[in-house]
Ligand binder design. Structure first.
Ligand code: DC
Length: 230
């Protein structure tokens, strides 16, 4: 019998800081990291490239089998995403790709097509899984389930600060509208809606600085004996 591979899941809405937390967790534990949102983004982009309408779910889902995806880099700055040998990093990360991903993610066929692919990331010594349904559907037996939350206002403002620092002239009101739209679609969909698993620890980060969030997460890990002597 194969030894059981441990998993920590981190779910939550867009812009809540899952990327920051899961990268930190992966560095601390030296476990693998699954960015499940990137898989949905890549599949949506592949459909757009092939001019397949996003609501033709069977055709979109069928594309998943032919995508050879390689993630590399540990930090946001050195992240690289190659699909079938091409560098898609920038395209995957733009805001509009998240919106396209959210549209295809409402389809059961699309979700089924990506399910095993996500589970395949669970290899020794362990996995940190980032997404919307990691704790509720994909890794229901996870060793620790964290659900990060924050008000839509706080998330839109954080994003606005990040983009403004990069010199992008985005309006806070537009970002807020986008966050609300994506939240509604991700939370209201019939299959695998964004929700905390009953056994998840919910951390509301609305009033917290990133370092405070990491302190809470670190304490959770220690409590579960998942951080060793660190
Ligand atoms: O995490 P992200 O912003 O990259 O995700 C983009 C979209 O993909 C998100 O709005 C909904 C969908 N998604 C999903 O339905 N389930 C996941 N586990 C991850 C992402």
């Amino acid at each position: 019998m194969k030894p059981r591979v441990p998993v920590i899941t981190v779910d939550g809405p867009s812009g809540v800081g899952k990327g920051m937390v899961t990268r930190w967790l992966a560095q601390k534990t030296h476990w693998h990291r699954l960015d499940s949102g990137a898989l949905y983004r890549i599949l949506a982009l592949a459909a757009v490239h092939q001019k397949i309408p996003l609501d033709e779910s069977a055709r979109v889902a069928a594309l998943a089998a032919d995508l050879k995806i390689v993630f590399s880099g540990e930090t946001e700055a050195d992240e690289a995403i190659h699909v079938n040998g091409e560098n898609w990093t920038a395209e995957v990360r733009v805001e509009t790709s998240g919106e396209l991903a959210s549209q295809i993610a409402t389809s059961p066929l699309v979700r089924a097509a990506l399910l095993q692919r996500q589970r395949d990331f669970r290899t020794a010594p362990g996995l940190i899984a980032d997404g919307r349904d990691m704790g509720t559907v994909v890794f229901t037996d996870a060793d620790l389930k964290i659900f990060l939350d924050a008000s839509a206002e706080a998330r839109a403002e954080r994003r606005w600060r990040q983009l403004s620092a990069k010199g992008t002239g985005v309006k806070l009101a537009d970002l807020f509208a986008e966050v609300r739209l994506r939240d509604t679609r991700d939370r209201k969909r019939l299959i695998a809606p964004l929700a905390a698993a009953p056994d998840a620890v919910v951390v509301d980060t609305t009033q917290m600085e990133p370092v405070e969030v990491l302190d809470v997460v670190k304490a959770l890990l220690q409590k579960r004996g998942l951080l060793g002597g660190q």
